[in-house]
Design a protein around this ligand. Structure first.
Ligand code: NAD
Length: 740
């Protein structure tokens, strides 16, 4: 057979071709234009060569494949946009044809007349799983490393290469819809139970078992190409269909509030596609895919949730020239709520941890948190007893600062008190080499002022985690005035080692995330004071795309904490810095009613014993005269939330606190779930256009106050017709380098 760059093809004595996908220049196989054209030739050869009876396709890497290269989709869109200004009809036709290529290739493989088996040896995502579904046999290795999914919906698109047609022809419609609209991972066992794969094999015997399927006479015809094919679970127009579809549409609405066009396109593809023959179904899918790819949501989500996220995770902001850090030991001081969580995620990454507190009992208690978390994982089948043993053996509790000696990095998470932090820094540095980096997890004290306690402020940095540490994927790295490049590189290396996403933020009150979050909460307090019913406030925020309502969020982080922050702000910045009405609301909640939030079971919500669900505290109605909900502009409530946060993000950019729009966008989604379909707080403005956004902000400012004042930066962007990604082009440096 011919030579290929991305595949090897070896035909054995039984005439079975083993097609091994192993891209030489990538750590993971992905579908690129070249991969597609090579696979196309391989299908042709397998079909034409009489000596070949069938083919097994597998991967030469640990993973099977990550699916389509999204850069390829971005290129198609680029072509479309270019052509669209010249000849819109032709542009759409071109896009339609381009997006159909992958689906046609898989259809060709499926109807080539010879059996193909996909031997899934590791993670198999998106387009690669769609290709596997087009194979006549599918077999997965029995390993925790094997995960299969069609996760496209998570980046604003959907499986457009036959996925929406093959899945509901292999499994019942309810399971199909759930899998396609959630993008959930399937284990081999789950995929087999759903009928999506045929067999599970021992990893070492995977290829042999795949070949055996062909030798055993696997028919090179898919069920839907057989005469008399019947849909599993029955046709759309049946009693089962009538039971499924009306609630399915309602559930989608409940989950997405209509904000995710790709999710509703999936429902349309499945519903319409199952009413017609398979090839027509593929055409329907191709049409919807062409439409969805052109949505703002797809462009923004692909950019932030795939491209930028990956770039940040790979260390896009890491200074060049600093050698990578190999962590041999990390010290954590303060084994409380945060320190215990930081110890867990560090040990989980395989790094030895010394966990210090004021006495051994407190340090042990911090370690017990890891025991609890890993034990829960074991109960859920997500970890094994050996994982627990290994993880716990990596955490050494101690009350002796001398044990910090030899740490590459120390993170302090002691009380939020400048004096305690000062003493901690001094004691720790006495035990450390001058080259080790010292980080503070403070949430409010400027890093520059804490660095004054350090004998080597160059090696002093902020590493700001969010709670709960094990669940929150974002970490803010805060640069003090004197923080050096090495400290930044070490901090980024650490955040990458624990598999979280770092964003780099310059020192300021509240850093980036909390500044935005406080705006979100404060807007809700204002609405309460205006007499907007609390349920309407929470619902409007969720309908705008926020995962947690602002009152629920305040309860989670604690209302007395909000009170402390407001009081501290008044002390630091003066009375005018906090709205007295809002201060009164929070004082009433905490001081008059003893409502601290979820932690004491009483906040904006009541938290009755399980299984009863939390519900809004009825007493809220008595705090302010309630307005008639019919007279309240619900769309405006939604707009207020997104606008007030986006404005704060714009101010943060104006002040140079965040300098890269990718970080502001990704940070806003990972930290507080800023309406993901917008692509993040800045992409929200870019998506609307600065001009229209400023117009909206001006209208809201007149009605609701100064928090809606657009910063000069935005006015300037309006004048110049710029977007954030043009003005703060994150790739400008790279491009200038390339050009030079
Ligand atoms: P916490 O009170 O739960 O824990 C603090 C721990 O530090 C306690 O176990 C205490 O015994 C220990 N400690 C105090 N002085 C010490 C000393 N001199 N030496 C060793 N240990 C000492 O507090 P927390 O909520 O974990 O917060 C810790 C830090 O993290 C604070 O700076 C806070 O602002 C920051 N932070 C908190 C959150 C949050 O959601 N709670 C989020 C981000 C950052």
């Amino acid at each position: 057979m011919a030579d290929y760059k991305n595949f090897t093809v070896e035909t054995d004595a039984d005439g079975i071709a083993l097609v091994t996908w192993d891209m030489p220049d990538r750590s993971m196989n992905v579908f690129t234009e070249q991969v597609m054209s090579e696979l196309d030739s391989i299908v042709d050869q397998v079909t034409a060569d009489v000596a070949v009876k069938g083919a097994v396709i597998t991967s030469g890497k640990e993973t099977f494949s990550g699916g389509a290269d999204l850069a390829m989709l971005q290129k198609m869109l680029g072509l479309f946009q270019k052509e669209n200004s010249r000849d819109p009809d032709h542009a759409i036709r071109l896009l339609f044809d381009n997006v159909g290529r992958m689906g046609q290739l898989f259809r060709k493989l499926e109807t080539c007349g010879k059996p193909w088996v996909s031997a899934i040896n590791g993670t198999c995502m998106g387009g690669a799983f769609e290709m596997s579904l087009a194979c006549h046999g599918r077999i997965a290795a029995d390993s925790d490393a094997v995960k299969m999914a069609l996760p496209e919906v998570k980046v604003g698109i959907f499986p457009g290469a036959g996925g929406t047609q093959r899945v509901p022809r292999l499994t019942d419609q309810q399971q199909a819809l759930q899998m396609l609209t959630s993008g959930q991972n399937l284990t081999p066992q789950r995929a087999k139970a759903m009928g999506l794969i045929h067999e599970i094999a021992e990893p070492k015997k995977l290829v042999a078992a795949a070949k055996a399927m062909i030798k055993g006479g696997l028919k090179p015809v898919q069920p839907w190409d057989e005469k008399g094919f019947k849909l599993p679970g029955g046709p759309i127009y049946s009693a089962a269909g009538a039971n499924l579809w009306p609630p399915a549409i309602a559930i989608l609405r409940r989950e997405t509030y209509g904000n995710y066009p790709a999710a509703s396109a999936i429902l349309k593809c499945v519903y319409e596609g199952l009413l017609v023959p398979f090839d027509t179904g593929l055409k329907i899918e191709q049409r919807y895919f062409t439409e969805i790819l052109r949505t703002k949501e797809a462009a923004m989500m692909i950019r932030s949730l795939f491209v930028s996220l990956q770039e940040l995770n790979k260390g896009a902001r890491r200074p060049e020239g600093v050698p990578p850090t190999k962590f041999r030991k990390i010290g954590i001081i303060g084994a409380g709520f945060m320190g215990a969580g930081i110890a867990y995620v560090t040990a989980k990454a395989g790094i030895p941890v010394v966990l210090i507190d004021r006495d051994m009992e407190a340090a042990e208690k911090g370690k017990a948190h890891s025991d609890k978390l890993v034990s829960e994982q074991i109960k859920k089948g997500r970890a094994k007893a050996e994982d627990k043993e290994r993880l716990l053996s990596l955490i050494t509790p101690s009350a002796d600062y001398a044990d910090l000696a030899g740490s590459d990095l120390v993170i302090e998470a002691v009380f939020e008190d400048s004096e305690v932090k000062k003493a901690t820094t001094e004691k720790a540095e006495a035990a450390l080499k001058p080259s080790s980096v010292f980080a503070s997890n403070t949430s409010t004290i400027p890093i520059t002022s804490l660095a004054k306690n350090s004998a080597r402020p160059k090696n002093f940095v902020g590493i700001h985690f969010f709670s709960p540490v094990d669940k929150m994927m974002l970490v803010e790295i805060i640069l003090g005035k004197k923080t050096g490049e090495k400290a930044l590189a070490v901090a980024i290396d650490y955040v990458r080692a624990i598999k979280k996403t770092p964003i780099v933020v310059n020192d300021t009150r509240g850093f980036y995330v909390n500044r935005c979050v406080l705006r979100y909460m404060s807007e809700a307090f204002k609405m309460l004071i205006e007499g907007v019913p609390a349920a309407m406030i929470e619902n409007a925020a969720r309908a705008a795309g926020m995962p947690v309502g602002p009152l629920a969020l305040t309860d989670e982080t604690a209302i007395d904490l909000a009170q402390k922050i407001m009081k501290q702000t008044i002390r630091d910045l003066g009375e005018k810095a906090v709205d007295p009405e809002q201060m009164k609301l929070i004082d009433t909640m905490v001081d008059t009613h003893g409502r601290f939030g979820r932690k004491n079971g009483k906040g904006f919500y009541d938290y009755p014993e399980k299984p009863a669900k939390k519900h809004l505290w009825p007493g809220l109605k008595d705090l302010y005269k309630q307005r008639n909900p019919d007279k309240i502009d619900y769309e405006e409530l939604k707009q207020r939330f997104l606008t007030v946060i986006a404005l704060e993000a714009a101010r943060v950019m104006e002040e140079g606190i965040v300098t890269d729009p990718r970080e502001a966008d990704v940070g806003s989604i990972l930290a507080f779930g800023f309406a993901p379909y917008t692509g993040g707080a800045l992409s929200y403005i870019d998506g609307i256009g600065a001009k229209e956004f400023v117009r909206i902000a001006k209208t809201l400012r007149k009605k609701y106050g100064a928090e809606f004042k657009a910063p000069k930066l935005l006015l300037d962007m309006v004048e110049k017709g710029e977007t954030f990604y043009q003005r703060f082009d994150p790739y400008a440096k790279e491009e200038a380098k390339k050009a030079a």
